[in-house]
Write a protein that binds this ligand. Structure first.
Ligand code: FES
Length: 177
């Protein structure tokens, strides 16, 4: 027999009361309701975090002097913080002499990425050593390992003025400004 809430009341409970308050007993339907509510809340929370991570960072960005052009030899790199003091980014001077910059946090599980010079017949690349992820140095797109399925590294826009390298903003995902 069940009441309006769907809870089943077995006859043996009436015949052999166990001395607990009735409201301490949880019927299967109540338990499923509780699980559904908690699972739904967790799913909504995760979905909102995921959507937020896809949204481009809005607003204007400060112009930050990163280094002098001569501070980096072709085929080398350095780390700087941009657009705020909590966001590590990498500035790479490619073997051609061109500068490129990206956020350093891997989109997979947030390990720091690093630059690798060309070697053994392969070109320059950006690597994540946690799970052997590789990124295209031209646009930050994942090309090997888990990052292949994820959003690219966020590109930092640069300006060269008077032999100094400045970070000026963030490109949209995929390297477009
Ligand atoms: S954290 Fe970078 S590939 Fe997994």
């Amino acid at each position: 027999m069940s009441d309006e809430s769907g809870c089943v009341h077995e006859k043996w409970r009436e015949d052999f009361p166990i001395g607990k308050d009735a409201d301490e007993q949880i019927c299967r339907r109540d338990f499923i309701r509780f699980l559904t509510l908690v699972s739904g809340g967790l799913a909504l929370g995760n979905a909102s975090i995921w959507l937020k991570s896809l949204r481009p960072v809005e607003g204007t960005f400060d112009k930050l002097e990163v280094c002098k052009v001569t501070d980096l030899e072709p085929g080398s790199w350095t780390v700087f913080q941009y657009p705020d003091a909590k966001t590590p980014s990498i500035l790479i001077r490619r073997e051609s002499g061109e500068f490129v910059a990206f956020h350093q946090k891997c989109p997979h599980l947030a390990c720091p990425v690093s630059y690798e010079r060309s070697a053994d017949g392969r070109g320059e690349q950006i690597s994540c050593h946690c799970h052997n992820g590789k990124f295209d140095i031209n646009n930050g797109q994942g090309v090997a390992g888990p990052p292949r399925e994820l959003r690219p590294l966020r590109m930092v826009l640069l300006d060269i003025e008077n032999d100094r390298v400045f970070a000026t903003g963030l490109a949209d995902f995929g390297g477009k400004s």
